[in-house]
Design a protein around this ligand. Structure first.
Ligand SMILES: Nc1ncnc2c1ncn2[C@@H]1O[C@H](COP(=O)(O)OP(=O)(O)OP(=O)(O)O)[C@@H](O)[C@H]1O
Ligand SMILES: Nc1ccn([C@H]2C[C@H](O)[C@@H](COP(=O)(O)O)O2)c(=O)n1
Length: 225
């Protein structure tokens, strides 16, 4: 089974997808971490992030090891553990430049599909991002568009980051400006054909995991005659 979870920034995709994968014994893929790892590498090499060719070349050359075990997540880029570095606010501020580079997308989508194929024999995978249901895995048995209103998403991100480490302006940039930029290359603001929308504004994380797990069981029953 492939479960696709798409949605805007801070809607809870990573926490929910990881929780569902743990609950159902599936693998878990955080595709945003891949865009972040390419960004980290481009910055580390001092590349001009607007130089689309140079950044795309970096994406193609990058050795990226990404765990799909929901209980043991790691991201290793060219031998360096970048799990913490890719979450830094300075990196979040520029990641959309890389995520809107169409050549980078082509390379990462190719890698994401290979990871999904490799997970098939293990029972399946929960994949989260912006374009999973529409581009990466339109064949997914369950497609979820996870939303939450903008204020809730900003409050969640603010609570997650160390108190006082980001200004209100940086928080808005991480959520509102980033979504606007990312939406120029992916459709994650309205549900694609066959996708179920879950608005998590007033739901706890456990309630969202319960809802998606229930939908997955129903989808599985439909698949097996
Ligand atoms: N239903 C929920 N209720 C309250 N808090 C939540 C809920 N779901 C997730 N959170 C919290 O909101 C924050 C953002 O969640 P998460 O990182 O999973 O979002 P995301 O959609 O993956 O964000 P991004 O796309 O920016 O990486 C986390 O601190 C998480 O614990
Ligand atoms: N399938 C995806 C996954 C992520 N992105 C973009 C969106 C963000 O700007 C960046 C990092 O994602 P996050 O870790 O915040 O979920 O990558 C995308 O375009 N497509």
């Amino acid at each position: 089974m492939i479960i696709a979870v798409d949605g805007p920034s801070g809607s809870g995709k990573s926490s929910t997808a990881r929780g569902v994968a743990t609950r159902l014994g599936l693998r878990y893929l955080d595709t945003g971490a891949m865009y972040r790892a390419v960004t980290w590498s481009a910055v580390e090499r001092g590349l001009d992030l607007d130089d689309t060719e140079a950044v795309a070349e970096r994406a193609r050359e990058l050795r990226l090891e990404l765990s799909t075990d929901p209980a043991d997540q790691f991201v290793v880029a060219d031998g360096t553990d970048v799990a913490a570095a890719i979450r830094a606010p300075e990196l979040s501020a520029v990641v959309s430049k890389i995520a809107t580079n169409l050549q980078v997308r082509e390379e990462l989508i190719r890698r994401q599909r290979a990871i999904i194929d490799a997970a098939r024999p293990t029972g399946g995978i929960v994949v989260e991002g912006r374009d999973i249901a529409t581009v990466v895995a339109p064949q997914a048995e369950l497609k979820v568009l996870l939303t939450a209103d903008q204020n809730a998403r900003m409050a969640r991100r603010g609570a997650e980051l160390a108190a006082g480490s980001v200004t209100a302006e940086q928080l808005r940039d991480q959520i509102v400006r980033r979504d606007a930029d990312d939406a120029t290359v992916s459709e994650f603001q309205v549900a694609s054909d066959g996708a179920v929308t879950i608005d998590s504004t007033y739901l706890s994380l456990d309630e969202v995991i319960d809802a998606i797990s229930r939908l997955a069981k129903e989808a599985e029953t439909r698949e097996v005659p």
